[in-house]
Write a protein that binds this ligand. Sequence first.
Ligand SMILES: [Zn+2]
Length: 382
Amino acid sequence: MTDVDLAVYWHDRMLDHEQPAGAFKHPSTPIVANDETHPDRRERVENIVATVEHGFPEESRFVEPERASRETIERVHDPEYVDWLEAFCADGGGRIGRTTTGANEATYDAARVAAGTAVAAADHALSERSGVPYALCRPSGHHAQPTQADGFCFLNNAAIAAEAALAADGVDRVAIVDWDVHHGNGTQEAFYDRDDVLFVSAHHDHGSWSEYHPQEGSLEEDGANDGSGYTVNVPLPPGTGDRGYERLFDEIVEPIVRGYDPDLVLVSAGQDAGTVDPNGRNLVTRGGFRTLGSRVRTLAADVADDRLALIQEGGYQPSHLSFATLGVLEGVLERLVDLEGYGHDDPMGWLDEPTELVDEWLDEAIDYHRTHWPVLTEPAVE
Ligand SMILES: [Zn+2]
């Protein structure tokens, strides 16, 4: 597995998971005449497979992972919750209460495959000395908390991969960078009082959305006890855009991750900050995602001996997700793909970015996190 630049961990079993149709992600309502497929639809990841096959035909290889074992899953999740999830799916699944999350009979198995996909990618990062591993997970994981499902997520793929990495020899610290436009509340919850995982999440300021998602993602949720300072939340305003994310990396993500000096960098790569995502409003283009990909690759090379694994999270406009994810992979692999008819552009990136509001919010985040990270008083190291 050392002869390609991109190792895509993927298994088509993850296509069998389906969430209930309704009015977008919500239950059916009389004021919407036609139910639609849930936004976590299989086309999302089918499109990414096509993106990789056509964008990087020579540079990539698909690798089938093993399912995560119960022991591996239970490093993060409560056994009673895992039992409940297995039984819920065996009974045919359905919507969980009145939430936006639902399962079918395949979901538990697909979630185990997704967790195994992330574990395999992290293992690749630690054991192979070439090629970037990319876990093309579905269902996503970063909202799944130790004791409950949430936000289209059932098992926390990134957290499970981090725990598996920490169980390996020579890994004492893992940094998880989460650029999904939603707060990675489940990952935060898993490591909130620990200092062996640094969790940095940049997200919309959506706050708590139900008893299934009690975390706020606020600046003040910054860890507890030994973990004090090792949860770094950066709320962002709608329309943050390419330039705002670049400033986020310049002035917060890179200085803190460099200060932490991890042995492995995991990226919760949800591209729902994209220009037209129905679940986000942050206007990041293919070019913006290319920058993010490039930045994490460089960062991991500098601080973690190039030990980097990408783990797919959200992204819900199926066509734009292809372009956004192509951008991430272009950045990570440091090459441009000229797609016939699309060139290097984002065909949906037509909105200008606001700037002043983004700068105000980032200034506030930098001031807050400086308490734990004095390195933020210094400019980003080049
Ligand atoms: Zn998301």
